[in-house]
Design a protein around this ligand. Structure first.
Ligand code: UDX
Length: 433
């Protein structure tokens, strides 16, 4: 099939590259000429394990190309995917759909034959209908079906999630569009990834409900972790103990400093707004958001308390800045609130992250960006682990203990064992244990 992908961000670039790897002919369109030039030169605009090779292999096989020319890109496409950003609108938390609507109009203006237009961006319930209305306005004599096909890609695991999805959700009532989507996803369908056909609004809501539920699991175990600290229980065992119930499942029950990223914060907020607009508020999700927001700030307080309550002039080393491992993404990362709280209390902060240093330098001020974990810990009064990168799991903690000025260790991802750290002389604090 001939597929056009509008937008080459996390979703568009990964989806386009994977579709081409299935054997489809894919043209990725982006307004940003620098990004397109870079992609043609094999430079990736995002850090995603395996993406560089996947793109290179398919560009080489002439199944994947990049352009800024939307008209040429959509001309004879069988399906056009909209994968542009839908960030939280300034201030009110609604999803900003201006990029989606702009793409819809531009596509319709440049279509010469009927086509299937697919919303892959995360869009509020009802957006598909609005996109269809806009396109019909721009191209009244074309038969255009707008389909909802939400993605469930995790950053750092996006290619695996695309190629081995738990399910593919297709929202449309148009029979022809269903046949096109079945053909596009045939390679996955053949290896038994269930194809779920449903209405467009249902498909749109499935995406929000999925992310809101995952965020709920995280805020739930985070609150249980706080209770564990008070009653003297171990949250890792609680998590294991409830996760073995297959109605609950073990995943997304790791207590930490709170969730971040470009999806959970944005999607929970957008769902809350939609629910309020339809006078059917999702009060549990509202609590999940509130718990998460206060938690990030509380983590800064936790570090300050671990250091005896007074950190003015003291040095704190932070390991891990990105919102999760295996990404360079700093959006809504807990480290931002934690570093801010420490600096507001007068601490000097040094930091190291395997991939996030460049992004972090745009967001954080007066943070000493160290070359590695050991350099960050040099002379520090406290070491704080914020993101559970694999490289932090096998640090030479004896060496670290020897080079710190004081031995406070705050492990916000529970990657070390308390007794191991206490044997090394650390004053060790963690989450829920
Ligand atoms: C998420 C969804 O998983 C994905 O399906 C959707 O398409 C996009 O949003 P992503 O935001 O990339 O993916 O990362 P994810 O791995 O879900 O983690 C999100 C946040 O939750 C991270 O900050 C992570 O640290 C946190 N988290 C995750 C926990 O604190 N505990 C957990 O057990 C799991």
């Amino acid at each position: 099939m001939k597929i056009t992908m509008i937008g080459t961000g996390y979703v568009g670039l990964v989806s386009g590259a994977c579709f081409s790897d299935f054997g489809h002919d894919v043209i990725c369109v982006d307004k940003d000429a620098d990004k397109v030039t870079g992609l043609e030169r094999g430079e990736m605009p995002i850090y995603e394990p395996g993406l560089k090779n996947l793109v290179a292999r398919n560009v080489e096989a002439k199944r994947l190309s990049f352009t800024t020319d939307l008209a040429a890109g959509v001309a004879d496409a069988d399906a056009i995917f909209i994968a542009v950003g839908t960030p939280s609108r300034r201030g009110d938390g609604h999803a900003d759909l201006s990029y989606v609507y702009a793409a819809a109009g531009e596509i319709a203006d440049n279509l010469s034959k009927s086509a299937v237009v697919v919303n892959k961006s995360t869009v509020p319930v009802g957006t598909g209908g609005e996109v269809e209305r806009i396109m019909r306005e721009h191209a009244p004599d074309l038969d255009i079906a707008v389909v909802s096909n939400p993605e469930f890609l995790r950053e750092g695991a996006a290619i695996g999630d695309f190629k081995r999805p738990d399910r593919i959700v297709i929202g449309t009532d148009d029979e022809k569009a269903r046949d096109v989507m079945r053909e596009i996803y045939r390679p996955l369908y053949l290896n038994e990834s269930p194809l779920l056909f449903t209405g467009r609004r249902t498909a749109e809501l499935i995406k929000y409900a999925a992310n809101a539920f995952l965020a709920t699991k995280i805020s739930f175990i985070n609150e249980i972790a706080d209770l564990c600290e008070k009653v003297g229980a171990d949250v890792q065992d609680v998590s294991r103990g409830i996760g073995l119930d297959n109605r609950i499942g073990a995943k997304f029950l790791h207590a930490g400093p709170g969730y971040g990223g470009s999806c959970f914060p944005k999607d929970t907020l957008a769902l809350m707004k939609t629910a309020q607009d339809y006078d059917s508020p999702v009060r549990i999700v509202e609590s999940v958001v509130q718990v998460n927001d206060t938690r990030k700030r509380a983590m800064g307080r936790k570090v300050i308390d671990a250091m005896g309550g007074e950190v003015r002039g003291k040095k704190v080393a932070v390991l891990g800045l990105t919102f999760k491992p295996n990404t360079d993404d700093m959006r809504d990362a807990p480290s931002i609130a934690i570093v801010q709280a420490l600096q507001d209390a007068g601490a000097n902060v040094s930091a190291y992250d395997p991939e996030g240093m460049v992004e972090a330098a745009h967001i954080m001020e007066d943070v000493h960006m160290a070359n590695d974990a050991y350099a960050a810990a040099e002379g520090a009064d406290a070491l704080v682990i914020v993101t559970e990168w694999d490289t932090f799991r096998a640090l030479d903690m004896r060496r670290i203990a020897g080079q710190m000025n004081a031995k406070t260790l705050v492990d916000l991802r529970n990657i070390y064992q308390p007794d191991d750290m206490q044997k090394l002389g650390f004053d060790y604090f963690s989450i829920g244990r």
